[in-house]
Design a protein around this ligand. Structure first.
Ligand code: 9MR
Length: 357
């Protein structure tokens, strides 16, 4: 210890290490979703991304509409910005997302309506180009995102019957589309980690319990047919309005791990409820408390990779997406840094959780 400094004084120094460095010391990888344009436009944003994460995932730049807006015209400049940043900062990049019903350009939706052969050829061409382009740097992709249908009682329940979400992919290729996409990815890159990513499976609600059951059934079926699947991503867009209880979530994570799969937390953020207290400290304490409970459970069940969906409240989809915004001009405080890039109690809660991992 430096002469003349008591431990109390040392503790009072602001912590220089980011969450990524803290997590790494305890065998955990912490990452965050990033927007390429902001890295170039906002120096505070760039500083936060240089300091905090040890892994990146593009919030937009690796989606279909970003990568192939017109058939055969591939646009990788935005993704390349993130890949270059990742290389410069020793932050590996994971890919999100190859097969999804959202952020699909109209031409893909139209092509998927033109029959199975056309759908397979469009998917194959996308995988050929994208996986070749990212091969040396992206070693983990969300191959299929959000395949499970929302059960009754969800925010956006699906009316069509079945465990799988009704999407252009399902309509074009049938329920085997998840397996087909995984096999096509494996054929193109035998050592790529293939991940299925899903939301709405973390909380203690009947809808989440049913969605967990559906996801486990899908995964069991895939593995029983020897489909190539390495990992499951749990998005974890948590809501304080929903209860969280560790037991059912830990049992679900345990079931996935017993099947030999890695489990990642891929998109953590925490939405407040309409009834949230007005007082900022009280609001932040509730968010931090949920982050603690959730991460203690996930890390205790063997999760070793945790990504938040952004770093700062300033640019969070919780602020920009009208469907999830809070009334009265209040902004959600669901990420580790506030809108002025200051560390919040959620940051402290995450650091503590990583230290306890
Ligand atoms: O945060 C993302 C937002 O900026 C995009 O407009 C939107 C559509 O591409 O996707 C948001 O990210 C979503 C992610 O890709 C999948 N899980 C839910 C995320 C929040 O909606």
């Amino acid at each position: 210890m430096a002469a003349g400094l008591t431990p109390g004084v040392l503790r009072a120094q602001p912590e220089a290490s980011g969450l990524g460095a803290i997590a790494r010391q305890h065998g955990v990888t912490f990452g965050a979703a990033v927007q390429d344009s902001l890295l170039q436009k906002d120096a505070d944003y760039a500083r936060a991304f240089a300091t905090e994460p040890a892994m990146l995932v593009p919030e937009w730049a690796a989606k279909w509409a970003a990568l192939q807006p017109e058939e055969g015209r591939f646009e990788t400049a935005a993704l390349d910005t993130i890949l270059r940043w990742g290389q410069a900062h020793a932050q590996p990049v994971r890919g999100h997302a190859l097969v999804w019903h959202n952020s699909l350009p109209d031409w893909v939706v139209a092509a998927l309506g033109e029959g199975r052969e056309r759908a397979l050829s469009v998917l194959g061409a996308h995988l050929d180009h994208v996986l070749a382009h990212t091969r040396t740097q992206i070693r983990d992709w969300d191959v299929v995102n959000e395949p499970i249908a929302n059960p009754p009682g969800s925010d956006e329940p699906q009316t069509a019957p079945g465990d799988l979400r009704d999407t252009p992919w399902l309509r074009a290729l049938g329920p085997g589309y998840v397996e087909t996409a995984l096999r096509m990815a494996r054929e193109r890159d035998p050592t790529l980690r293939l991940t299925l990513n899903e939301y709405g499976v973390a909380e203690d609600t009947p809808a989440a319990a049913e969605k967990r059951r559906r996801l486990l059934a899908l995964v069991r079926g895939l593995l029983s047919r020897n489909a190539p699947l390495d990992a499951v991503g749990i998005q974890a867009h948590l809501q304080l309005a929903n209860p969280f209880r560790p037991e059912p979530f830990a049992a679900f994570l345990g079931a996935l791990r017993e099947m030999g799969l890695a489990v990642l937390i891929t998109e953590l953020d925490i939405r407040e409820s309409w009834q949230a207290p007005q007082d900022l400290a009280a609001r932040d304490a509730l968010v931090a408390e949920r982050a603690s409970a959730f991460l203690a459970c996930a890390l205790g069940a063997g999760v070793r990779t945790v990504l938040t969906w952004g770093l700062t409240d300033k640019y969070s989809w919780l602020a920009t997406e009208p469907a999830v915004a809070l009334p009265g001009g209040r902004a959600h405080r669901g990420l580790p840094l506030d809108a002025a890039f200051r560390r919040k109690p959620m940051w402290d809660a995450m650091a503590r959780a990583f230290r306890g991992a």
